[in-house]
Design a protein around this ligand. Sequence first.
Ligand code: ASP
Length: 325
Amino acid sequence: MKKILIITTGGTIAMGQDERQIVQMMGENVLLSGKSLLDPYAETTFYEFANLPSVHLTVGDYLKLRELILKKCGDYDGFVITHGTDILEETAYFLDLTLHIPQPVVITGAMRSSNELASDGLLNLQQSVQTAVSEESRDKGVLVVLNGEIHGARFVQKMHTSHVETFQSPQLGSFGVVDKAGVRYFVRQCKRDYYSIQPDQLTARVAMVKAGFAVDDSFLQFALDSGAKGIVIEAMGLGHVPPAMIPGIERAVAASVPVLVCSRSPRGSVAPVYGFVGGGRDLYERGVIFAPDLPAHKARIKLMVVLAAAAGRETVEEVRKAFGM
Ligand code: ASP
């Protein structure tokens, strides 16, 4: 029987609802009560890494989680991480970009806490273990399993604030499914990026600025004044911003702070097509870098990783190479 390490980090899957219907952290590890449900599939060991809502996680936690998996990968056939759903897709993508191991790494969570009606936590955990023991899950990168669907870390997004059917991959669809009939993939392999990072260089000082109707450059200027190492702009359409954002963009480019452009549209890619002031072509000629097919919060994770891998060497060029545009 395969050996799976279940790393618990907190989140709704580890929480419970009180008599006022407020969802809270629990003292004990509620997931341990479900261990016997996993016994038919694998020999499981639980490791309590943290008991936090995912919005409390830090850069230090990301590095420690990665280190833990690297340290344990000689002893286990796969890993399942239980996690809060809010930041789950960022954690999955960070690990996907920085781990280079053949064993499956599956991340799961829950939308309903442990004692709520139709709580989904234990089923998601069981289906994650099923996925982690499948030979077909090897070499697919970090996988996200909830609600019977298997998604790739690069593509998956939390699309609904409360429904159990919330994790979807709007660009591509799921990689596969897991249910009583087992694990089935519809995608054989997906292109993946891997970066060997310098842990002391991973920084959260990558600003994310949202464009919109009549937005100016004040947040860009603030980001630069605060020492941002990179900036991700969530632009509109194919990658367009109002002209009033341009002075802040020009200041960043002149200071060799990489500026990435993504789109607020959940599907499709940015592209340097339109020539008007603030259009994609105009921004491209001013020195911004396009992040094709990634939402801003995922592009930010990749930028953090690329900056850490570059460790200060010709940063803007390294970033341009990594994003390809
Ligand atoms: N709503 C969140 C969850 O599903 C809270 C968090 O992200 O930790 O766990």
